[in-house]
Design a protein around this ligand. Structure first.
Ligand SMILES: Cc1cc2nc3c(=O)[nH]c(=O)nc-3n(C[C@H](O)[C@H](O)[C@H](O)COP(=O)(O)OP(=O)(O)OC[C@H]3O[C@@H](n4cnc5c(N)ncnc54)[C@H](O)[C@@H]3O)c2cc1C
Length: 278
């Protein structure tokens, strides 16, 4: 296995451009080192990026918060800027792994590893986060919702990487915010279900709603059909038979070593009910 350690961002893109096929970036290493140890990655080149400080940090730029891909969960959980503008995002990530993992794991790595269970993706999806995708000669910005194309399939070319996450400072303003990570225990647990929601209601009528689920499909995603159905509905007279029928088209819970599909389904319905009725 070949490892590269670029000396700068331009050097990184030179290396990336020279490698034609599949390659990996080593950011915090908390996913990739496990995969290397288990021989799931054997021959593909691995490029260290963890030392490239241009890719780290949390910044306020006009009406947006920009978070570099190498920013750790710890940095985000301790950030005054995030606490001020995006407190819901900060609280949602409290249950990420353990303090040690929080210090090492990067936000970009959590998104790019492509796990259906990634803690960061559901809250970022309801906040309408965007990704800044970088390559040697080009920068493009895409909604996070357009990043995933299937299980570990991404809207990312061979010479690109996630540079930063972009969130509007107003993304949480005026919303009732909801987040639950359901696991087997409180600490160091992988989500059996992750549900994120933002809701605006006036006089008991839902005016705007955003819902995203993790661990219930091959990648975390927005529940668009359910959102469309719910807008304009009265909270006091929601029809949960209709809601379950639509939800069935949006999620595909499976049975695996962490849980079974019946449990995942029923808990998701219960969580939705809790969020919608409050
Ligand atoms: C004990 C343990 C507990 C864990 N608990 C949780 C948990 O509670 N919740 C959770 O969500 N996850 C958990 N994880 C998984 C992991 O810690 C996270 O997914 C973490 O955020 C990955 O980030 P990293 O920087 O370590 O990624 P790395 O391991 O460095 O990289 C992961 C993948 O992302 C790619 N990548 C990295 N950065 C970029 C980039 N900027 N652009 C494009 N591709 C990139 C790499 O090529 C690689 O494929 C746990 C892992 C372990 C080992």
């Amino acid at each position: 296995m070949k490892f590269y350690k670029p000396t700068s961002l331009p050097d990184l893109f030179r290396i990336v451009n020279d490698i034609e096929g599949k390659k990996y970036y080593l950011a915090g290493g908390t996913d990739i080192n496990v995969q290397i140890k288990k021989d799931m990655i054997k021959d593909e080149p691995v490029i260290f990026i963890n030392h490239l400080n241009e890719l780290r940090g949390i910044f306020e730029v006009e009406d947006k918060i920009i978070i570099g891909c190498l920013t750790s969960f710890k940095d985000l959980l301790e950030s005054i800027l995030i606490k001020k503008h995006l407190p819901y995002l900060q609280k949602s990530l409290n249950a990420f792994a353990s303090p040690l993992l929080q210090a090492m794991a990067s936000l970009g790595g959590n998104l790019a590893n492509g796990s259906p269970t990634a803690d960061l993706t559901p809250p970022l999806l309801v906040l309408d986060a965007k990704l800044k995708i970088l390559s040697r000669s080009k920068m493009r910005i895409i909604p996070l919702a357009e990043f995933y194309r299937g299980y570990k399939q991404f809207n990312l070319k061979h010479n690109e990487l996630i540079g930063a996450i972009i969130i509007s400072k107003q993304a949480e303003a005026g919303y009732d915010c909801f987040h639950r990570k359901i696991g087997s225990r409180k600490a160091l647990t992988i989500a059996k279900i992750g549900l994120a929601g933002l809701k605006k209601a006036e006089n008991g009528i839902i005016k705007d709603i955003k819902l995203a689920a993790g661990s219930l499909n091959e990648y975390p995603r927005r529940l668009i059909k359910l959102e469309e159905y719910l807008v304009g509905k009265s909270i006091d007279s929601l029809n949960f038979t209709d809601i379950e029928e639509i939800l069935q088209k949006e999620i595909t819970p499976i049975s695996d070593l962490r849980s079974d599909k019946e449990y995942r389904w029923q808990v998701t319905v219960n969580l939705l009910e809790t969020f919608l009725k409050n």
